[in-house]
Design a protein around this ligand. Structure first.
Ligand SMILES: Nc1ncnc2c1ncn2[C@@H]1O[C@H](COP(=O)(O)OP(=O)(O)OP(=O)(O)O)[C@@H](O)[C@H]1O
Ligand SMILES: [Mg+2]
Length: 367
């Protein structure tokens, strides 16, 4: 069993820099956990503490049922794949993959068998005699992963392994690592700053910012129910639209108001929003939850917002419309058949059952 558990783990660098701040995270056996967040939020430091490459300042880390705070990296039964693959340039692919096993004094026939097995899984058998400089970026990446696989570790740690690859190769390797996880059935902790990678690969996503863990949940829950404004804005592309405005209560109905905008809340949200009547909140709506009224058969009049289209961005299968309310600009993702002119006034419909509200001060989600 290889669950990994971080309990109130902190990393304090000299100068009192709290790079990781009391992070508690339980990664289950065979789970694919993605650690995601903007640059400098403490992802690599967290992973390096799990690997044993960085000392833990506070808290405890368990691998399996064993506390590993004082266990050296080489005895932790984990393998790490880094962003810069760090292959030995003078060795062949075979030798690169076999190197770690040799150090562990594993018998030659078993080394050959394990390297061949890993090479088959990764589809790089024909490359075994080449040197790293004779490989493409994607192939080098596979060799780096292969070097980790042959070790048969309890836990894999990946630190931005795809960031050196071009966009197309990244998508391809993304699926390959996904498949690899299904095949190997090991616990994986995967670090990335790319929220698309996080959404598509993770069983669960752990979202970090400034050393603090903000939310741990499966991708869809993270997308549909972000716990605060940061997670809401970080996960999803284009990012969630935010507008600052007021909650208003009139004749038993509750509205969100901002300049010319006035939309009515769905009744399920009343209990949570009623206490905010007369107060400012942050309203959030995803671009796909805004429709052009022309293409909506029944548009409730209380959900219609008049805007001006500033930019029209064709994406192929859909179009991004940059819309101005007079105060805010927001983005709507609509079908490719929708072709408003620039500076054209248009009526948009908000799907009010999908909107989010955040407390202005704490930025925590209200609903
Ligand atoms: N050895 C160190 N000494 C002092 N501060 C450090 C050290 N290593 C990292 N930091 C700081 O700790 C914070 C977290 O760094 P870390 O490398 O974990 O970020 P990250 O989330 O992996 O970012 P990136 O996406 O850019 O790789 C940063 O503010 C960084 O400047
Ligand atoms: Mg990093």
């Amino acid at each position: 069993m290889a669950q990994v558990s971080l309990r109130e783990v902190s990393k304090i660098f000299p100068g009192n820099v709290r790079a990781v701040d009391r992070v508690s995270l339980g990664v289950e056996n065979k789970e694919f956990m993605v650690l995601v967040g903007p640059s400098g939020c403490g992802k690599s430091t967290t992973l390096r503490m799990v690997a044993g490459l960085e000392e833990i300042s506070e808290g405890d880390i368990y691998i399996g049922n064993k506390k590993v705070n004082d266990v050296p990296a080489k005895d932790r039964d984990i393998a790490m794949v880094f962003q810069n693959y760090a292959l030995y340039p003078h060795m062949t692919v075979f030798e690169n993959m076999a190197f770690g096993l040799r150090l562990r004094r594993i018998h030659k026939p078993e080394i050959i068998q394990r390297v061949n097995e890993a090479a088959d899984i990764l589809g790089i058998r024909r490359l075994l005699d080449r040197k790293p400089k004779q490989l493409s970026g994607g192939e080098r990446q596979r060799v780096a992963v292969g070097r980790a696989i042959v070790r048969k570790p309890m836990v894999f740690l990946f630190d931005e392994p795809l960031s050196n690859l071009d966009a197309k190769m990244r998508v391809q390797m993304r699926t390959e690592i996904h498949k690899l996880h299904l095949k190997l059935q090991t616990t994986i902790i995967y670090v990335t700053h790319d929220q698309v990678e996080a959404m598509t690969m993770g069983d669960r996503i752990a979202v970090m910012k400034d050393g603090i863990l903000h939310q741990v949940s499966d991708p869809i829950t993270t997308y549909d129910h972000p716990r605060n404004k940061f997670v809401a804005g970080f996960i999803g592309s284009p990012p969630m639209n935010f507008m600052r405005g007021k909650i208003a209560k009139k004749e038993r109905r509750i509205y969100f108001e901002e300049g010319k905008i006035r939309v009515q809340l769905v009744e399920e949200m009343y209990p949570k929003l009623e206490p905010y009547a007369g107060k400012e909140v942050t309203f959030g709506i995803r671009s796909e939850d805004i429709y052009d009224k022309l293409f909506v058969s029944v548009a409730p009049p209380e959900n219609i917002v008049r805007v001006k289209c500033e930019v029209y961005e064709p994406m192929g299968s859909e179009v991004y419309l940059y819309l101005n309310t007079g105060i805010h600009t927001f983005i709507a993702r609509v079908g490719a058949h929708d072709r408003p002119k620039v500076n054209q006034e248009m009526d948009m419909v908000f799907d009010m059952s999908k909107v989010h509200f955040f407390d202005k001060e704490s930025e925590e989600a209200i609903v």
